[in-house]
Design a protein around this ligand. Structure first.
Ligand code: KG4
Ligand code: ZN
Length: 336
Protein backbone atom coordinates (compact mmCIF):
# COMPACT_ATOMS: atom_id res chain seq x y z
CA UNK A 1 0.00 0.00 0.00
CA UNK A 2 1.14 3.53 -0.80
CA UNK A 3 2.48 5.66 2.07
CA UNK A 4 0.30 8.63 3.01
CA UNK A 5 1.95 11.90 4.05
CA UNK A 6 -0.03 14.63 5.79
CA UNK A 7 1.00 18.21 6.44
CA UNK A 8 -0.88 19.17 9.62
CA UNK A 9 -1.51 22.60 11.10
CA UNK A 10 -2.70 23.49 14.62
CA UNK A 11 -3.47 27.00 15.92
CA UNK A 12 -6.53 26.61 18.17
CA UNK A 13 -5.08 28.27 21.27
CA UNK A 14 -1.60 29.54 22.11
CA UNK A 15 0.72 27.26 20.12
CA UNK A 16 1.41 27.72 16.43
CA UNK A 17 2.28 24.25 15.22
CA UNK A 18 2.93 22.27 12.02
CA UNK A 19 3.96 18.69 11.43
CA UNK A 20 4.51 16.10 8.73
CA UNK A 21 3.12 12.68 9.65
CA UNK A 22 3.50 9.43 7.69
CA UNK A 23 0.67 6.90 7.76
CA UNK A 24 -0.87 8.48 10.86
CA UNK A 25 1.74 7.18 13.28
CA UNK A 26 5.23 8.20 12.21
CA UNK A 27 6.17 11.81 12.97
CA UNK A 28 8.69 13.20 10.46
CA UNK A 29 8.67 16.68 11.98
CA UNK A 30 6.87 18.40 14.85
CA UNK A 31 7.41 22.16 15.05
CA UNK A 32 5.78 24.16 17.84
CA UNK A 33 6.07 27.90 18.38
CA UNK A 34 4.81 28.55 21.89
CA UNK A 35 3.26 31.87 22.90
CA UNK A 36 3.67 31.22 26.63
CA UNK A 37 6.16 34.07 27.10
CA UNK A 38 3.70 36.49 25.49
CA UNK A 39 0.66 35.51 27.57
CA UNK A 40 2.49 35.04 30.89
CA UNK A 41 2.54 38.82 31.39
CA UNK A 42 -1.28 38.77 31.43
CA UNK A 43 -1.73 35.63 33.55
CA UNK A 44 -3.56 33.76 30.77
CA UNK A 45 -4.18 33.59 27.03
CA UNK A 46 -5.29 36.91 25.47
CA UNK A 47 -7.25 35.81 22.36
CA UNK A 48 -6.52 38.85 20.17
CA UNK A 49 -2.78 38.66 20.88
CA UNK A 50 -2.85 34.92 20.17
CA UNK A 51 -4.36 35.46 16.69
CA UNK A 52 -1.80 38.11 15.79
CA UNK A 53 1.09 35.95 16.96
CA UNK A 54 -0.23 33.01 14.92
CA UNK A 55 -0.24 35.20 11.80
CA UNK A 56 3.35 36.26 12.47
CA UNK A 57 4.62 32.72 12.96
CA UNK A 58 2.57 30.35 10.85
CA UNK A 59 4.48 30.56 7.56
CA UNK A 60 7.80 30.01 9.26
CA UNK A 61 6.48 27.11 11.34
CA UNK A 62 5.07 25.35 8.26
CA UNK A 63 8.30 25.88 6.27
CA UNK A 64 10.31 24.43 9.17
CA UNK A 65 8.03 21.39 9.39
CA UNK A 66 8.47 20.61 5.68
CA UNK A 67 12.21 21.31 5.80
CA UNK A 68 12.77 19.05 8.83
CA UNK A 69 10.80 16.28 7.14
CA UNK A 70 12.94 16.80 4.02
CA UNK A 71 9.82 17.11 1.89
CA UNK A 72 7.90 19.69 -0.10
CA UNK A 73 4.23 20.55 -0.21
CA UNK A 74 4.06 18.67 -3.52
CA UNK A 75 5.00 15.43 -1.68
CA UNK A 76 1.99 15.66 0.64
CA UNK A 77 -1.16 13.62 0.11
CA UNK A 78 -3.33 16.06 2.06
CA UNK A 79 -3.32 19.09 4.32
CA UNK A 80 -4.96 18.60 7.72
CA UNK A 81 -5.97 21.43 10.02
CA UNK A 82 -7.73 21.95 13.36
CA UNK A 83 -10.99 23.80 12.69
CA UNK A 84 -12.45 23.60 16.21
CA UNK A 85 -13.03 23.82 19.07
CA UNK A 86 -10.85 26.72 20.20
CA UNK A 87 -10.45 30.48 19.99
CA UNK A 88 -12.14 31.64 16.79
CA UNK A 89 -9.48 34.16 15.74
CA UNK A 90 -6.69 31.69 16.46
CA UNK A 91 -8.41 28.85 14.58
CA UNK A 92 -9.05 31.10 11.56
CA UNK A 93 -5.33 31.65 11.02
CA UNK A 94 -4.63 27.92 10.67
CA UNK A 95 -7.76 27.25 8.63
CA UNK A 96 -7.05 30.08 6.17
CA UNK A 97 -3.44 28.96 5.79
CA UNK A 98 -4.37 25.31 5.25
CA UNK A 99 -6.99 26.24 2.66
CA UNK A 100 -4.57 28.46 0.73
CA UNK A 101 -1.81 25.84 0.69
CA UNK A 102 -4.12 22.99 -0.24
CA UNK A 103 -5.76 25.03 -2.97
CA UNK A 104 -2.47 26.31 -4.38
CA UNK A 105 -0.88 22.84 -4.42
CA UNK A 106 -4.07 21.09 -5.51
CA UNK A 107 -4.18 18.81 -2.44
CA UNK A 108 -7.18 17.52 -0.49
CA UNK A 109 -8.07 19.43 2.68
CA UNK A 110 -9.07 17.61 5.87
CA UNK A 111 -10.59 19.56 8.78
CA UNK A 112 -9.82 17.97 12.15
CA UNK A 113 -11.53 18.13 15.54
CA UNK A 114 -8.98 19.22 18.15
CA UNK A 115 -10.11 16.59 20.68
CA UNK A 116 -9.86 13.83 18.09
CA UNK A 117 -6.29 15.04 17.64
CA UNK A 118 -5.55 14.74 21.36
CA UNK A 119 -6.93 11.17 21.36
CA UNK A 120 -4.84 10.23 18.28
CA UNK A 121 -1.65 11.38 20.04
CA UNK A 122 -1.78 7.91 21.61
CA UNK A 123 -1.39 6.28 18.17
CA UNK A 124 1.93 8.08 17.74
CA UNK A 125 3.41 6.91 21.04
CA UNK A 126 1.86 3.42 20.90
CA UNK A 127 2.09 1.95 17.39
CA UNK A 128 0.29 -1.20 18.57
CA UNK A 129 -2.76 0.61 20.01
CA UNK A 130 -5.98 0.03 18.04
CA UNK A 131 -9.60 0.87 18.85
CA UNK A 132 -11.82 0.06 20.64
CA UNK A 133 -10.69 1.62 23.93
CA UNK A 134 -11.82 4.17 26.51
CA UNK A 135 -10.05 7.54 26.52
CA UNK A 136 -9.99 10.26 29.18
CA UNK A 137 -9.32 13.61 27.50
CA UNK A 138 -8.16 16.22 30.00
CA UNK A 139 -6.91 19.56 28.73
CA UNK A 140 -7.15 23.26 29.45
CA UNK A 141 -10.51 23.50 27.72
CA UNK A 142 -11.94 19.97 27.88
CA UNK A 143 -12.64 17.08 30.19
CA UNK A 144 -14.29 14.20 28.33
CA UNK A 145 -14.61 10.51 28.92
CA UNK A 146 -14.91 8.95 25.47
CA UNK A 147 -15.34 5.49 23.98
CA UNK A 148 -13.17 5.29 20.87
CA UNK A 149 -15.23 2.66 19.02
CA UNK A 150 -13.20 2.82 15.84
CA UNK A 151 -10.97 5.33 14.03
CA UNK A 152 -13.01 8.53 13.92
CA UNK A 153 -15.96 7.01 15.81
CA UNK A 154 -16.63 8.24 19.31
CA UNK A 155 -19.26 7.89 22.03
CA UNK A 156 -19.13 10.42 24.84
CA UNK A 157 -19.73 8.77 28.22
CA UNK A 158 -19.23 11.86 30.36
CA UNK A 159 -17.92 15.39 30.45
CA UNK A 160 -17.31 18.23 32.86
CA UNK A 161 -20.32 20.26 33.99
CA UNK A 162 -18.24 23.37 34.67
CA UNK A 163 -14.46 23.92 34.60
CA UNK A 164 -12.10 21.71 32.64
CA UNK A 165 -9.47 19.88 34.69
CA UNK A 166 -6.67 22.04 33.24
CA UNK A 167 -8.65 25.18 33.98
CA UNK A 168 -8.86 24.12 37.64
CA UNK A 169 -5.08 23.60 37.68
CA UNK A 170 -4.51 27.01 36.10
CA UNK A 171 -6.88 28.84 38.48
CA UNK A 172 -5.44 27.20 41.59
CA UNK A 173 -1.92 27.96 40.35
CA UNK A 174 -2.87 31.60 39.90
CA UNK A 175 -4.35 31.73 43.44
CA UNK A 176 -1.13 30.33 44.93
CA UNK A 177 0.84 32.81 42.83
CA UNK A 178 2.54 30.31 40.53
CA UNK A 179 1.66 32.01 37.25
CA UNK A 180 0.57 30.73 33.85
CA UNK A 181 0.34 27.96 32.67
CA UNK A 182 -0.31 26.56 36.09
CA UNK A 183 -0.57 22.81 35.54
CA UNK A 184 3.15 22.00 35.28
CA UNK A 185 3.91 24.38 38.17
CA UNK A 186 1.35 22.79 40.51
CA UNK A 187 2.69 19.38 39.46
CA UNK A 188 6.26 20.41 40.41
CA UNK A 189 5.31 22.12 43.68
CA UNK A 190 3.11 19.20 44.78
CA UNK A 191 6.12 16.88 44.70
CA UNK A 192 7.34 18.39 48.00
CA UNK A 193 3.88 18.50 49.61
CA UNK A 194 1.66 16.09 51.54
CA UNK A 195 -1.35 15.05 49.42
CA UNK A 196 -3.33 14.22 52.59
CA UNK A 197 -2.60 17.48 54.44
CA UNK A 198 -5.90 19.11 53.50
CA UNK A 199 -9.13 17.24 52.73
CA UNK A 200 -10.79 18.84 49.69
CA UNK A 201 -14.19 17.72 48.34
CA UNK A 202 -14.56 15.16 45.51
CA UNK A 203 -17.70 16.06 43.59
CA UNK A 204 -20.09 13.44 42.18
CA UNK A 205 -23.03 14.15 39.94
CA UNK A 206 -26.18 12.27 40.91
CA UNK A 207 -27.30 9.90 38.15
CA UNK A 208 -24.33 10.73 35.86
CA UNK A 209 -21.46 8.58 37.12
CA UNK A 210 -19.10 9.65 34.32
CA UNK A 211 -19.57 13.41 34.53
CA UNK A 212 -17.08 15.68 36.26
CA UNK A 213 -17.25 18.92 38.24
CA UNK A 214 -14.20 20.92 39.31
CA UNK A 215 -15.67 24.29 40.30
CA UNK A 216 -16.49 23.14 43.86
CA UNK A 217 -12.92 21.97 44.35
CA UNK A 218 -11.57 25.22 42.95
CA UNK A 219 -13.82 27.22 45.32
CA UNK A 220 -12.75 25.08 48.27
CA UNK A 221 -9.10 25.89 47.53
CA UNK A 222 -9.86 29.62 47.19
CA UNK A 223 -11.89 29.57 50.42
CA UNK A 224 -9.06 27.80 52.21
CA UNK A 225 -6.63 30.50 51.05
CA UNK A 226 -8.97 33.35 52.01
CA UNK A 227 -9.64 31.87 55.41
CA UNK A 228 -5.92 31.52 56.10
CA UNK A 229 -5.29 35.09 54.97
CA UNK A 230 -8.05 36.51 57.23
CA UNK A 231 -6.89 34.59 60.25
CA UNK A 232 -3.24 35.35 59.59
CA UNK A 233 -2.21 31.70 59.23
CA UNK A 234 0.63 30.83 56.89
CA UNK A 235 -0.27 28.44 54.11
CA UNK A 236 2.02 25.60 53.09
CA UNK A 237 1.68 25.97 49.31
CA UNK A 238 3.25 22.61 48.60
CA UNK A 239 0.71 20.84 50.85
CA UNK A 240 -2.08 22.85 49.25
CA UNK A 241 -0.93 21.98 45.71
CA UNK A 242 -0.49 18.30 46.60
CA UNK A 243 -3.90 18.08 48.32
CA UNK A 244 -5.67 19.81 45.43
CA UNK A 245 -3.92 17.59 42.91
CA UNK A 246 -4.81 14.52 44.94
CA UNK A 247 -8.51 15.44 44.78
CA UNK A 248 -8.28 15.84 40.98
CA UNK A 249 -6.48 12.50 40.67
CA UNK A 250 -9.20 10.76 42.73
CA UNK A 251 -12.01 12.21 40.62
CA UNK A 252 -10.35 11.40 37.29
CA UNK A 253 -9.10 7.95 38.23
CA UNK A 254 -12.34 6.68 39.77
CA UNK A 255 -14.47 7.58 36.75
CA UNK A 256 -12.01 6.65 34.01
CA UNK A 257 -11.24 3.25 35.49
CA UNK A 258 -14.92 2.49 36.20
CA UNK A 259 -15.80 3.42 32.60
CA UNK A 260 -13.00 1.29 31.15
CA UNK A 261 -14.04 -1.67 33.29
CA UNK A 262 -17.67 -1.29 32.28
CA UNK A 263 -16.86 -1.09 28.55
CA UNK A 264 -14.83 -4.27 28.81
CA UNK A 265 -12.13 -3.52 26.20
CA UNK A 266 -9.37 -3.84 28.78
CA UNK A 267 -7.73 -0.62 27.56
CA UNK A 268 -7.68 2.92 28.96
CA UNK A 269 -5.90 5.82 27.25
CA UNK A 270 -5.22 9.33 28.53
CA UNK A 271 -4.93 12.44 26.38
CA UNK A 272 -4.58 16.23 26.60
CA UNK A 273 -2.25 18.58 28.47
CA UNK A 274 -3.31 17.47 31.94
CA UNK A 275 -2.42 13.85 31.13
CA UNK A 276 1.22 15.00 31.39
CA UNK A 277 0.63 15.33 35.15
CA UNK A 278 2.88 13.00 37.13
CA UNK A 279 0.39 12.27 39.95
CA UNK A 280 -2.39 11.52 37.47
CA UNK A 281 -0.15 9.09 35.60
CA UNK A 282 0.90 7.43 38.86
CA UNK A 283 -2.70 7.19 40.13
CA UNK A 284 -3.89 5.76 36.82
CA UNK A 285 -1.03 3.23 36.66
CA UNK A 286 -1.88 2.00 40.14
CA UNK A 287 -5.65 1.76 39.58
CA UNK A 288 -5.29 0.17 36.13
CA UNK A 289 -2.85 -2.36 37.57
CA UNK A 290 -5.41 -3.38 40.17
CA UNK A 291 -8.25 -3.50 37.64
CA UNK A 292 -6.23 -5.45 35.08
CA UNK A 293 -6.47 -2.68 32.48
CA UNK A 294 -3.71 -1.74 30.04
CA UNK A 295 -2.93 1.98 30.35
CA UNK A 296 -1.74 4.20 27.49
CA UNK A 297 -0.66 7.84 27.47
CA UNK A 298 1.23 9.95 24.95
CA UNK A 299 4.78 11.21 25.47
CA UNK A 300 4.60 14.66 27.17
CA UNK A 301 5.31 16.57 23.93
CA UNK A 302 2.21 14.96 22.34
CA UNK A 303 0.02 15.58 25.43
CA UNK A 304 -0.04 19.36 25.12
CA UNK A 305 -1.07 21.07 21.89
CA UNK A 306 0.91 20.03 18.82
CA UNK A 307 0.29 19.41 15.12
CA UNK A 308 1.56 15.81 14.96
CA UNK A 309 -1.59 14.62 16.74
CA UNK A 310 -3.65 16.57 14.17
CA UNK A 311 -1.68 14.81 11.41
CA UNK A 312 -2.57 11.45 12.93
CA UNK A 313 -6.27 12.32 13.20
CA UNK A 314 -6.26 13.79 9.66
CA UNK A 315 -4.78 10.53 8.33
CA UNK A 316 -7.56 8.40 9.81
CA UNK A 317 -10.20 10.88 8.60
CA UNK A 318 -8.56 10.93 5.16
CA UNK A 319 -8.59 7.13 5.00
CA UNK A 320 -12.29 7.18 5.86
CA UNK A 321 -12.82 9.44 2.84
CA UNK A 322 -13.34 12.67 4.77
CA UNK A 323 -12.61 15.78 2.66
CA UNK A 324 -13.33 19.40 3.56
CA UNK A 325 -14.54 21.98 1.07
CA UNK A 326 -12.98 25.37 0.36
CA UNK A 327 -15.73 26.79 2.58
CA UNK A 328 -14.21 25.11 5.67
CA UNK A 329 -14.62 27.57 8.55
CA UNK A 330 -13.43 27.83 12.14
CA UNK A 331 -16.02 26.41 14.58
CA UNK A 332 -15.12 27.61 18.10
CA UNK A 333 -17.59 25.31 19.90
CA UNK A 334 -17.36 22.29 17.57
CA UNK A 335 -18.88 19.12 19.10
CA UNK A 336 -17.16 15.73 19.00
O1 KG4 B 1 -4.03 20.15 25.68
P1 KG4 B 1 -3.56 21.49 26.06
O2 KG4 B 1 -2.17 21.90 25.65
O3 KG4 B 1 -4.50 22.62 25.51
C1 KG4 B 1 -5.90 22.51 25.40
O4 KG4 B 1 -6.39 21.91 24.41
O5 KG4 B 1 -6.56 23.03 26.31
O6 KG4 B 1 -3.70 21.58 27.64
C2 KG4 B 1 -3.24 22.69 28.36
C3 KG4 B 1 -3.58 22.47 29.82
C4 KG4 B 1 -3.31 23.68 30.70
O7 KG4 B 1 -4.44 23.92 31.51
C5 KG4 B 1 -2.10 23.23 31.53
O8 KG4 B 1 -2.05 23.85 32.81
C6 KG4 B 1 -2.36 21.74 31.63
O9 KG4 B 1 -2.83 21.38 30.36
N1 KG4 B 1 -1.14 20.99 31.97
C7 KG4 B 1 -0.97 20.31 33.13
C8 KG4 B 1 0.32 19.75 33.10
N2 KG4 B 1 0.92 20.11 31.91
C9 KG4 B 1 -0.01 20.86 31.24
N3 KG4 B 1 -1.82 20.13 34.16
C10 KG4 B 1 -1.38 19.41 35.20
N4 KG4 B 1 -0.13 18.87 35.26
C11 KG4 B 1 0.75 19.01 34.24
N5 KG4 B 1 1.97 18.46 34.32
ZN1 ZN C 1 -5.50 20.92 23.25
Amino acid sequence: EKDIYILAIESSCDETAASVVKNGRKVLSNVISSQIALHTQYGGVVPELASRKHIEKINQVISCALLEAGMGLEDMDAVGVTYGPGLVGALLVGVAQAKSLAWAADKPLVGVHHIEGHICANFITHPELEPPFVCLVVSGGHTHLVVVKDYGEFDILGRTRDDAAGEAFDKVARAIGLGYPGGPKVDALAKSGDPHAIRFPRARIEGCPYDFSFSGLKSAVLNYLNHAKMSGETVNSADLAASFQNAVVDMLVSRAVAAAEEQGYGKLALAGGVSANSAIRRGMEEACGKAGLKLYYPEPVYCTDNAAMIGSAAYYEFRRGARSGWDLNAVPNLKL
